[in-house]
Ligand binder design. Structure first.
Ligand code: DGJ
Length: 757
């Protein structure tokens, strides 16, 4: 029996995979279908991906003539493609040959209650190189994952020069639009919608350690022209990887769109020893006939229910984070005061951010101490125990910040282990944040143990710690690891494999601790790391106006219970913008709510509004965090049709979104007026996702507090005129409501939250 046959046979014996004997395989999700031709001895062909209207019969009738092998090759390798097409895979064999001619050797299927997984084994005709292509179709959500395993039995190592996770041919004409996110620190996830034109468009990120600040590893393709929120055919793609990636969209003259997605091969040629298996990251694909909203909802459901967000179906606590309130100025008293404040507001968790550690070198600013994870007892004489005890007394949980993958040159760790930092022997170190920051070498098993130990020590010595904020504030700038024996081209990849190894160890021992994924804000909002994290920090920018945009873009791919959104101060320190507390609360309440400011500086109005917001949020969060998202009105500049076509007097600077429970019995609407113009036309909001036959009662939430002149205090306010109205879902969705968002003489930043039940 040959090796591959043996592999399939073993899998079949242990009851996972059974051999496929048919020529065609159909992989199905509730609303989508993928049809593959797995005929042995031929190319693996992907014949169809879309909704369920196409059958094997339809497709096979078109096989003669209409379908061309260059466009249906499911995993095109260099050697099998013509000069119009690009390879998804290219290797350099031990003898220098660059080609592959892959043909199906075997296929096997694994049927599980939640998913169906297909493994197609391809062999090169000449060299002993095996490629296994996997497809995993989920039964409860419209997502199909694909990835590959590459292995060989050549006498010497084979170099992987390109190794995409997947390839997709989209046989559409000239009106396919690309939607992707682009941003920066404090300005993440800006949405771009653009028509795909002829030629090659590449989206990639080469930060090394984080991959979502600039270009992000997720895209959508709208097949019916400019994207619509709730209609039109759209394909969604997410690469589950946190390192450098490349998504290529090739549009040759007459053959539709070719999408390739995988690890960025630049500076990352992988040297694969004989019999070692290289596994590419998963690529998640979805197809929707309900516009980009349908694609977002599929990703959200998949994240929550298929293990791509840790503890995906749990609702998250409301917290106060110390960072923007006190930065590095931590003292025991200040921390305890902040705990008093969040407890008084009705919050459930306090998180002590940066600044709590360092012995020989106290962490008083960002230029020292990373790596020295010991409590600075000058600031916290009672240690962490005094803080966890104080939290317990206030009936709140306690969380703590760490940045485990980093070290400062000014630290005891660096003095003891300078070789643990990434570096190129003989070259001057490039230093990051604070002028002294370096990235630890995650390929080094000793570093992996050190980081595991740091978390393990924190949690065994302080079992009351309920939450960790895991930060990562540096790119890989020193491109070398003493552990890789000069095969530095593996560094960008092995760094992340090392990180994942550590996270897996931590999760095996601590499945219930909540861990936030932070990377200078949203630098690691990706599905490569999300399985190990409960949420991510969306952005360091807490300006509620810009947050409407940042959160809007982020929601294209990520579910709301993963999106940490905090109420910031006003004027906001980064933008100097003054924003009313009601608006700040309403913007933060559309995801996982938190507060990030110094409560001591809050006015009485702010304190009361926050208390109302937190109480209302508790009653609504099962809908907000776990409901289905419908984006109703995009902040103006995101609407492709609106670009350049609006005059100032027609300005309608409104954004609105809503969440609906699975059974459509309850919903929450968030509506924001971003700026107020004289004589601005009122904006009608049409709801979505409701049950047309159900009657919904409208209740206004987080009602704006008002000043009581007779008592000279702030009181709870009055709801608007829509409060208590009972309307059918049909009316709300087709006619809609004009919300009292602004009048001629109100300021900017009006907002409303409605609970529909
Ligand atoms: C960057 C993070 O994004 C911030 O929220 C904060 O934790 C700082 N690091 C602390 O240094």
């Amino acid at each position: 029996m040959k090796a591959r046959q043996l592999f399939v046979f073993i899998l079949a014996c242990i009851g996972l995979f059974s051999p496929v004997h048919a020529a065609f395989v159909t992989m199905e999700t509730p609303g989508t279908r993928l049809i593959l031709d797995v005929t042995e001895g031929q190319l693996l062909r992907s014949l169809y991906y879309g909704d369920k209207s196409a059958t094997v019969n339809d497709i096979t009738q078109l096989l003669n003539g209409q379908i061309n092998d260059q466009t249906v090759n499911a995993y095109p390798a260099f050697g099998d493609i013509d000069m119009i097409h690009l390879p998804a895979l290219q290797v350099q064999h031990a003898n220098g040959d660059l080609s592959l001619n892959l043909q199906v050797q075997q296929s096997a299927i694994n049927n599980q209650p939640d998913y169906q997984e297909l493994c197609v084994t391809l062999m090169d005709k000449l060299q002993p190189v095996t490629v296994r292509v996997f497809y995993k179709a989920w039964r409860n959500v419209d997502i199909i994952e694909t990835w590959t395993e590459i292995e060989h039995r050549e006498k010497r190592p084979v170099i992987l020069k390109r190794f995409d996770s997947g390839y997709l041919h989209i046989g559409e004409g000239d009106n396919v639009w690309l939607t992707h996110l682009h941003g920066d620190w404090a300005a993440e996830a800006f949405v771009t919608h653009e028509p795909l034109t002829r030629g090659l468009k590449t989206i990639r990120n080469t930060d090394g350690a984080r991959n979502a600040h600039l270009d992000a590893p997720e895209v959508m393709l709208s097949l019916d022209g400019a994207p619509q929120e709730n209609s039109g055919r759209v394909i969604g793609v997410a690469l589950c990887w946190s390192g450098n990636f490349e998504i290529r969209l090739n549009v040759p003259n007459n053959q539709g769109v070719h999408l390739y997605a995988g690890i960025d091969p630049q500076s990352s040629e992988y040297v694969l020893a004989p019999k070692r298996v290289f596994t590419t990251p998963k690529l998640a694909l979805t197809y929707s006939t309900s516009g980009i909203g349908g694609v977002s909802r599929a990703f959200h459901r998949w994240a929550r229910t298929c293990g791509y967000l840790h503890n995906g179906n749990a609702v998250r606590d409301i917290l106060l984070n110390s960072w923007e309130g006190i930065y590095f100025d931590i003292t025991e008293q200040r921390i305890i005061d902040m705990m008093d404040d969040i407890a008084a507001f009705g919050g459930e968790l306090f998180v002590m951010d940066d600044g709590w550690f360092g012995s020989k070198y106290p962490r008083n600013n960002d230029s020292s101490s990373l790596g020295d994870w010991v409590v600075d007892t000058r600031k916290l004489p009672g240690g962490l125990q005094a803080l966890t005890e104080a939290a317990k007394q206030r009936h709140i949980k306690f969380g703590i910040w760490i940045e485990p993958e980093a070290v400062n040159t000014v630290s005891e760790l660096y003095e003891q282990h300078p070789d643990w930092a990434l570096q190129v022997p003989g070259r001057e170190l490039k230093l990051g944040r604070g002028g002294t920051q370096l990235v630890l070498d995650m390929t080094n098993p000793k570093v992996q143990d050190f980081i595991f130990q740091l978390v393990d020590d924190l949690l065994t010595k302080n079992p009351e710690i309920a939450y960790i904020k895991w930060d990562a504030n540096a790119s890989i700038q020193n491109y070398g690891s003493p552990c890789l024996e000069s095969i530095n081209t593996q560094l960008y990849i092995d760094y992340h494999l090392g990180l994942i190894k550590v996270l897996e160890r931590i999760r095996a021992k601590y499945p219930n601790i909540v861990i936030q994924n932070c990377a200078s804000g949203g630098g690691r909002a990706n599905y490569g790391l999300m399985p190990y994290f409960d949420e991510f920090w969306v952005s360091d920018n807490n300006d509620a106006l810009q947050r409407v945009y940042i959160q809007w873009g982020t929601s294209y791919f990520f579910p709301s219970n993963a999106m940490a959104q905090h109420i910031g101060g006003s004027p906001y320190q980064m933008t100097n913008r003054v924003i009313p507390i009601k608006f700040r609360c309403d913007v933060a309440m559309s995801g996982r709510l938190g507060i990030e400011l110094q409560p001591k500086h809050m006015t009485n109005e702010e304190r009361l509004q926050c208390t109302v917001a937190l109480a209302d949020y508790k009653a609504l969060r099962h809908i907000i965090q776990l409901g289905n998202l419908y984006r109703l009105i995009a902040p103006q500049s995101y609407q492709p049709s609106a670009v350049g076509s609006q005059s100032a007097t027609a300005k309608q600077d409104v954004a609105a979104l809503m969440y609906v429970t699975d059974n459509r019995a309850e919903a929450v609407l968030f509506a924001y007026s971003l700026s107020n113009f004289m004589k601005q036309a009122p904006q009608r909001i049409r709801f979505a996702g409701l049950d047309p036959d159900r009657i919904y009662t409208i209740e206004e939430k987080n009602i704006r507090v008002r000043y009581n002149h007779s008592t000279s205090t702030w009181d709870t306010g009055e709801p608007c005129s829509l409060h208590g109205k009972q309307l059918t879902g049909a009316y709300l969705m087709s006619v809609g409501l004009i919300l009292p968002l602004s009048t001629e003489y109100t300021q900017d930043f009006q907002s409303r939250i409605f609970h529909l039940k």
